[in-house]
Structure formats: structure tokens, C-alpha cells
Design a protein around this ligand. Structure first.
Ligand SMILES: Cc1ncc(COP(=O)(O)O)c(C=O)c1O
Length: 400
């Protein structure tokens, strides 16, 4: 049996053809394929617009940075942004590196998303809500956060909601896709994610000004993002400025632009999205059926739903005789790649050490999942015999 990865990626015929087209046209910078990918992804998510950038982390940072310049919000640096205590570190890093202040709320044990009861309690206990800019829920492992409750709390308190949907391409909540349930959604197309490009990110939004600001901030805050032909043919509306509009900057930004081959791979992935999400859901179902006898005694198995876009197959180890780390090692011995379901950022991440004391005892579920959560692959290329092998191997580890 070959090693069973968290995710696999194949170019397949169409991918190869499209890459060849890019090579033939010597087109490497963002161009028609990136625009196509943006258009198709926005349509799929259900938003008016999408902005491609070079990673999911960049997508989050661009939205946060744009809020400082957005005419409706003008959020000053230093304000607080509420997020779940357990997620991939990029959520917290995007807040910290744009000079906002992360505030951590504990998570639910069953879907790893922000606990909305604790969120409500936290907000009710705030003396000065003006210290807060917004809430950044994360749809972790593809499970949608409780957006209706989050949006209600946010609306009541004048907070902006930005979805970290990096792991949830195509997940549905209350009839809508995640990334279309708030001011903006941010996606990652990292290799091990549900839709894979390698390294690329996307912002989805219905807000025109945010779209414009993100498009400009990803080019170092330049005045316009017209392509060179448009500028030279006089189509760019900034033509009359004293300086070349590409070299005049009215916001402090980053270089978070993507490349044409990334957009091209994205367009190929979009054609397969329905199939690949269905495969992942089917695989979760099969794994659940095969492991049912361990459910509730040794492991907590994931909820199966045709509305969840699964990043992986998440398990919580509840067997007291064997630890999550031992299981991880046993799986590696059996050539089954696995990862922890992240950990509690304020109390288990060295980079966020300064929050440890403040959050001790306040994020117990995040710590529990940090110590006991693990995931393996459920990707679209898994073969029947690999799924059977995974089931057999996990049962063996638990002596079944
Ligand atoms: C929840 C979450 N947010 C943000 C990111 C950042 O995405 P990227 O790795 O593309 O920067 C990831 C990536 O794994 C993620 O899982």
C-alpha cells in the first residue's frame, strides 16, 4: 500500500493543456485565467465579486487592511477582533500582523467552531464596545460556524464579520455557501485543501469598495490595477494624474499578487468542484460506517452531511488507554498521513505566549481538541481499497 496522504494533486489532461497554453503565450503575471477563476469562484460562492491573491493568509490580511481605508468603516489600528481560540495560526497572524488585537473565544467540541454562547457572554461583558472592530469566525474543517447567531450579535453591536472560510469551499449554511454570509469571505487553495492550487487565496464579497481596495492593496496600495494595455490605450481613469497610476500609492499595502498559472489551475479545479466535494462526502460516509463501533467509546467520528465540504476526516480521541500522539505515530507507521486539528492559540502556541496567563482556564475545549484532535485524508482520489485499509488500520490501533 502506498502512503495515504491528507490530499493528492494531479494535473490530469486539462491541467497540462492549460499550463502549456500559458507557456506558449509567455503569460506569467495575473491575467485572463486569474480573472476567469475570480469570476467562476464568485459565481460559485454567490457573491458579486472575488479577488485573487497569493494565499489565504494574504486574503485575510487584505480585508483587515482594507477596513482601515474603507470610507464606511475607517477602522483604526489597535482595535480588537474576536476569533475562535482554536484554528490554524494564520487567522490570528492576519489580525496581529495588521496591527489589530486578537480576542479568543472557546470553541464547540463537535464542530470546532467558535462557541456562540460564549461569544454572546463575552460581548455582553464588554465595557466599551468601541474597542472592538469585528468578529472573524472560522469554518474549521469545513464545518460552518453558526453565522445567523454571529451576524445577529455583530449587527446589534456594530461589529463587522469576516469569515475565515479557508477550509470550507462549498460548505452550505442556511441555504448559502460560506464566504457569502458576511462582509467578506477568505479562502485558501493550499495543496491540502478542498480545492487545490498550491498556494493561492481568494476574497469573496458583495462590497464594491472592499473589492477595489483589496485589488489595489495587493499591489502595494497602488492607485489603479488596470493592466498595462489599458493604461497605454488611455482607458485607465487615473491617466490624468501627475504620476503613473501604477506608481502612485494612496494606501499602505503589500505585494500579494498571484500568478497566471495559479489562476489557470484554479479554473480547472472549478470544473471538478461538484465531483470532488461529493467524493469527499462519500468518503466520510464510508469511513464513518467502517469505524462506527469505535464511535463514542474510543473516538468521536465526524458528523456526515452533504452540505459540508470536508477538508479532511476529523477525529477526537476519547480513549483513555491511548493518546492522540500515540495514534498519530501508529498511523505514520502504517503510512497514513495525519495532522492534529491545530491547537489553542492563546495557551498552546509559543508565538502567542503573551496571552497564556490571561486565557488559562478560559479555553478548555480548544485545549482539549488541541490535545486530542487528529485528522486524516478523505480526498477525492482515495481508492476503495485505501479506505478499507484506513478503517482496518484504525481498528487495529484500538485493538478491534
Ligand atoms: C483556517 C485557515 N485560515 C487561514 C489559512 C491560511 O491559508 P494559506 O495557507 O493559503 O495562507 C489556512 C490554511 O491552511 C487555514 O486553514
Amino acid at each position: 500500500m502506498n502512503r495515504i496522504g491528507i490530499g493528492e494533486f494531479y494535473f490530469e489532461e486539462e491541467g497540462k493543456k492549460i499550463m502549456l497554453d500559458i507557456i506558449k503565450r509567455n503569460a506569467i503575471s495575473e491575467g485572463k485565467y486569474c480573472r476567469e477563476f475570480e469570476k467562476e469562484f464568485a459565481e460559485y460562492i454567490g457573491t458579486k465579486n472575488a479577488v485573487i491573491c497569493n494565499s489565504g493568509t494574504s486574503a485575510l490580511m487584505l480585508v483587515l487592511q482594507a477596513l482601515k481605508y474603507h470610507s464606511k468603516y475607517k477602522i483604526p489600528e489597535g482595535k480588537k477582533v474576536i476569533m475562535p481560540a482554536l484554528t490554524y495560526i494564520a487567522t490570528a497572524n492576519s489580525i496581529a500582523t495588521t496591527n489589530f488585537e486578537p480576542v479568543f473565544i472557546d470553541i464547540n467540541k463537535d464542530d470546532f467552531c467558535i462557541n456562540t454562547e460564549l461569544l454572546k457572554e463575552h460581548i455582553e461583558g464588554i465595557d466599551d464596545i468601541k474597542e472592538y472592530a469585528g468578529i472573524m469566525p472560522v469554518h474549521l474543517m469545513g464545518y460552518p460556524a453558526e453565522m445567523n447567531k454571529i451576524n445577529k450579535i455583530a449587527e446589534k453591536n456594530g461589529l463587522i464579520v469576516i469569515e475565515d472560510s479557508a477550509e470550507a469551499h462549498g460548505s452550505i449554511y442556511d441555504g448559502k455557501r460560506t464566504g457569502n454570509l458576511s462582509f467578506a469571505g477568505c479562502f485558501s487553495f493550499y495543496l491540502a485543501h478542498n480545492i487545490q492550487v498550491g498556494e493561492v487565496g481568494m476574497i469573496t464579497t458583495n462590497d464594491e469598495e472592499l473589492t477595489d481596495k483589496c485589488n489595489r492593496l495587493k499591489g502595494n496600495g497602488r492607485l489603479c490595477y488596470c493592466n498595462v494595455d489599458e493604461i497605454h490605450s488611455g482607458k485607465c481613469t487615473h491617466q490624468m494624474n501627475e504620476f503613473h497610476p501604477r506608481y502612485l500609492h494612496d494606501m499602505i499595502g503589500y505585494n500579494f499578487k498571484s500568478m497566471e498559472y495559479q489562476g489557470a489551475i484554479g479554473t480547472v479545479q472549478m470544473k471538478k468542484i461538484k465531483w470532488l466535494l461529493r467524493q469527499r462526502q462519500e468518503n466520510v460516509k464510508k469511513l464513518n460506517e467502517g469505524l462506527e463501533e469505535l464511535n463514542g467509546s474510543s473516538l468521536i467520528l465526524p458528523k456526515h452531511s452533504e452540505e459540508i465540504s470536508y477538508l479532511g476526516y476529523p477525529l477526537v480521541v476519547i480513549d483513555e488507554k491511548i493518546s492522540r500522539n500515540d495514534i498519530a505515530q501508529e498511523l505514520v507507521k502504517k503510512e497514513i498521513e495525519n495532522r492534529p486539528i491545530f491547537n489553542s492559540i492563546p495557551t498552546q502556541q509559543p508565538a502567542y505566549e503573551k496571552y497564556r496567563k490571561e486565557y488559562q482556564g478560559k479555553v478548555n475545549t480548544a485545549e482539549y481538541i488541541g490535545n486530542n484532535g487528529i485528522y486524516i485524508g478523505c480526498h477525492q482520489y482515495l481508492k476503495e481499497e485505501e479506505i478499507e485499509y484506513m478503517i482496518k488500520s484504525i481498528k487495529e490501533i484500538f485493538g478491534k
